[in-house]
Design a protein around this ligand. Sequence first.
Ligand code: PEP
Ligand code: MN
Length: 339
Amino acid sequence: MIVVMKDNAREQDINKVIARIKELGYTPHPSQGVEKMIIGIIGIHNREELIESLGAYQGIDKMIPIMEPYKLAGRTFKNENTTIKIGDKVTIGGQNIVLIAGPCAIESEEQVISTARAVKAGGAQILRGGAFKPRTSPYSFQGLQEEGLKMMKRAAAATDLQVITEVVDPRDVELVGKYADIYQIGARNMQNFLLLRELGKTKKPVMLKRGPSATYEEFLMAAEYIMSEGNYNVILCERGIRTFEGYTRNTLDLVSIPVLKKLSHLPVVVDPSHGTGKWDLVEPAAKGAVAMDADGLMIEVHPEPYKALSDGQQSLKFDKFNEMVTQLRAIATTVGRGL
Ligand code: PEP
Ligand code: MN
């Protein structure tokens, strides 16, 4: 249920309502909109008891139930688009489309610094790179772990980029948090509820990748796990789903962009690299994503893709990345966005 406060509700009235909700044993989720304050009461609750207990409080305009299973992630709770600040220069979900680029995995100091320089010059604002790699095979390269995180942080500092990197284990949240500006939850972990809850307890932005077989509702429910713990800085990432088609690595579902934006106020980023699995399909898929109003793109870039320790076949060379961004800019302008 949500409690909608009146436009002119005083702070002391809001605080009294919040205190009463806590007294009744519920967790209030206040959200200050442009016009009014809304307080979400999430979880199992007795509606009649709540309406009776809060009915006489001053400053309340109305109380409405949220019909969707995703409460905090849905538009009923918050109608305005969520914008997420990363550092002091980057905003995801605003007017500008944000480019996140870098190697699949951090492999060496030289590899990450050269890639950071190249993607920065090409217009990226956030450096991606895995140090803990959730590989399909336990025998594949698993990542350089903390050494890799250190290399990545140095490269990002030298190029003034923000850092996004994946955390796969709830026990590593603190360690990864020392280096990351955004936590990435990989597709394979979308329903790792312990990990989701752990990241929900932090304040740091989280980019949640869609599970390979997740419906929109399951995807939003995974976001809800993070938000229900108090961290509302969630970015959704469409990275393709598994279908009967074997030509591409995954089937990139671009319609998820308008659907997710209709159902939710959270920003949507698209990953055409994992979404297609083939470098020559990355540009057309990225163009489609920009045309369909994605708030950001995540692109794998490598200095020598044929030598990459993971995902070389879907990684762009530096000049190809540059070329692609030039083309994307024209589309962004057409749809009224900056890039
Ligand atoms: C990644 O982005 O590094 C990655 C492993 O992607 P996904 O979780 O979407 O497979
Ligand atoms: Mn990859």
